[in-house]
Write a protein that binds this ligand. Structure first.
Ligand SMILES: Cc1cc2nc3c(=O)[nH]c(=O)nc-3n(C[C@H](O)[C@H](O)[C@H](O)COP(=O)(O)O)c2cc1C
Ligand code: SF4
Length: 393
C-alpha cells in the first residue's frame, strides 16, 4: 500500500491524552503563541475554502468587540460529504475542545454548533457532551458557553454569512464580503466560523505540535484529511488520509477497477477523468506535483456505466433548487445551464452551444455573489470539457 493511503487515526482516533487535557494544556499558554503555532502549522480550513485557520483566529482576536463568538459549521450540505456527522458522533469532545481553545484565544464567551437540520437526531447526544464540556470549562475557569443551533435544510446556509443570517432569524442569504465575519459576524460582532474538522485539526496541532503536524501532507496542504468516499466503490465510507495523495493512488485503492471519473469536492468541485488521475494531487493549489485539487471531503467515484450527462444534470438540478435567488447570475444562470444542456442533448441546439454555456459559467464565476453561484463553473466546465461526447445528441 502507498504511504499516503495509510489509514490514520488523527481525527477520529482515541488518544491517551483526552481532548480536555489538550485544552487544559493549551489554556496554560499565551493566546499569541497558540495563534503563531497554528499559523506555522499551515492548517487550512477544512470547509472547502482553505483559509489559514491561525490567521482567522488572529483577526478575530485582534478585532474590537464587546462580545465575540465561535461558530462550528456543521451544516454539511455538500453532496457526497458525510464526515462531520461522523466526527460529531464519535469524537464530539475534540470539536468542543477546539472551540474552547478558539474561545480562549479570541476572547469569545459564546459558541454555537450550527447543525444540519437532517442531523437533528444528534441533538440529545451533543447536549450531553456540551454539559460535560461546560463542567470542564468551569474547572479550567474558561468562561465559555456552547449551544446547538439547528439549521433547516438549506445548502446555502453552509456559506458562513448565510449561516449567520439564519442564526439571526433572517432569510438564509449570503452577505456581501467584506466585511468578513472575523470583524462583523454574528449580531455584527467578531465571529470565527470554522468547519467541524478544522476545529478538531486545531486541537490536533495543540496535541501533537507543529512539527509532527507538518510531517503529514505536502507543502501548502499539511495534516490529514477525512475523505467521504461514495459512488462506484466496493468500500464506501470515511477515511482519514494524508493530503497529497494522487488521484491515481486513490482510485487504485477505492475504485472498482472500472473508474472513469472522480468528482473531487462534491457538486461544487471538479470532475477528473481517467486520463488525468495520475497528474492530479489532492491538496490545496500550490502543492508539490501536478494539478492540486482541494476537497472539503467529498470524493464521488463513477464507473463506466454512468452517464456523465446525467451526473451534470443532477448537479444543475441541485444548484437550481438550492440557489437562494438573491443574485441574477446564479438564479437565472443555474436554470439556463440546465435548460441549455437538455436542449443540446435533445438535438434542439448545436453542440457549439456548449461553448456559450461555458461562457455563461465564466460570467457566473465573476459575478455571482457567493461561492454557490461562483463554483457551478467547476463541475460544469470539467464535465463538459472532458465528456463532451456524452453531452451531445
Ligand atoms: C454554498 C456553500 C455551502 C457551504 N457549506 C459549508 C458547510 O456545510 N460546512 C462548512 O464547514 N463550510 C461550508 N461552506 C464554506 C463556509 O462558507 C466557510 O468557508 C467555512 O465554514 C469556514 O470554515 P473553515 O475555515 O474551517 O473551512 C460553504 C460555502 C458555500 C459557498
Ligand atoms: S450566488 Fe446564488 S446562492 Fe449565492 S447569493 Fe447569489 S443567488 Fe444566492
Amino acid at each position: 500500500m502507498q504511504e499516503r493511503l495509510k489509514r490514520l487515526d488523527v481525527i477520529l482516533g482515541i488518544h491517551p491524552e483526552s481532548p480536555y487535557q489538550v485544552m487544559e494544556k493549551a489554556l496554560k499558554r499565551a493566546p499569541k503563541d497558540i495563534i503563531s503555532d497554528l499559523i506555522d502549522s499551515g492548517l487550512k480550513g477544512r470547509g472547502g475554502a482553505g483559509f489559514l485557520t491561525g490567521l482567522k483566529w488572529k483577526f478575530a482576536a485582534a478585532a474590537e468587540g464587546d462580545e465575540k463568538f465561535v461558530v462550528c459549521n456543521a451544516d454539511e450540505g455538500e453532496p457526497g460529504t458525510f464526515k462531520d456527522r461522523e466526527i460529531l458522533t464519535i469524537v464530539p469532545k475534540k470539536v468542543l475542545a477546539g472551540m474552547g481553545i478558539c474561545a480562549y484565544v479570541t476572547g469569545a464567551k459564546k459558541g454555537y454548533i450550527y447543525l444540519r437540520g437532517e442531523y437533528k437526531y444528534l441533538v440529545p447526544h451533543l447536549e450531553r457532551e456540551i454539559a460535560e464540556f461546560h463542567k470542564n470549562c468551569f474547572k479550567l475557569e474558561l468562561d465559555f458557553n456552547v449551544e446547538v443551533f439547528l439549521g433547516s435544510g438549506a445548502y446555502v446556509c453552509g456559506e458562513e454569512t448565510a449561516l449567520l443570517n439564519s442564526m439571526e432569524g433572517f432569510r438564509g442569504e449570503p452577505r456581501n464580503k467584506p466585511p468578513f465575519p472575523t470583524n462583523n459576524g454574528y449580531l455584527g460582532k467578531p465571529t470565527v466560523v470554522n468547519n467541524v474538522e478544522t476545529l478538531v485539526s486545531a486541537q490536533v496541532v495543540s496535541r501533537i505540535g507543529v512539527e509532527e503536524f507538518k510531517k503529514l501532507g505536502i507543502q501548502d496542504s499539511h495534516g490529514s484529511k477525512l475523505f467521504s468516499v461514495s459512488g462506484d466503490t466496493p468500500r464506501p465510507g470515511i477515511y482519514d488520509l494524508e493530503f497529497g495523495l494522487s488521484l491515481d493512488e486513490f482510485v487504485r485503492e477505492f475504485g472498482d477497477g472500472d473508474t472513469k471519473a472522480v468528482q473531487v469536492g462534491g457538486a461544487s468541485g471538479f470532475c477528473v477523468p481517467r486520463k488525468k488521475f495520475q497528474s492530479t494531487t489532492i491538496g490545496f493549489p500550490g502543492g508539490l506535483t501536478g494539478d492540486s485539487l482541494p476537497t472539503g471531503g467529498s470524493m464521488m467515484i463513477f464507473n463506466s456505466s454512468r452517464s456523465m450527462y446525467n451526473v451534470l444534470r443532477n448537479y444543475l438540478d441541485f444548484f437550481e433548487e438550492e440557489s437562494c435567488g438573491q443574485c441574477t447570475p446564479c438564479r437565472i444562470g443555474c436554470q439556463q445551464l440546465k435548460v441549455g444542456i437538455e436542449a443540446v442533448k435533445r438535438g434542439d441546439k448545436d453542440p457549439e452551444y456548449l461553448q456559450q454555456l461555458l461562457k455563461l459559467t465564466d460570467t457566473m464565476k465573476i459575478t455571482a455573489k457567493c461561492g454557490l453561484g461562483q463554483s457551478v463553473a467547476n463541475s460544469f466546465s470539467s464535465i463538459v470539457d472532458n465528456f463532451r461526447e456524452e453531452m451531445i445528441y
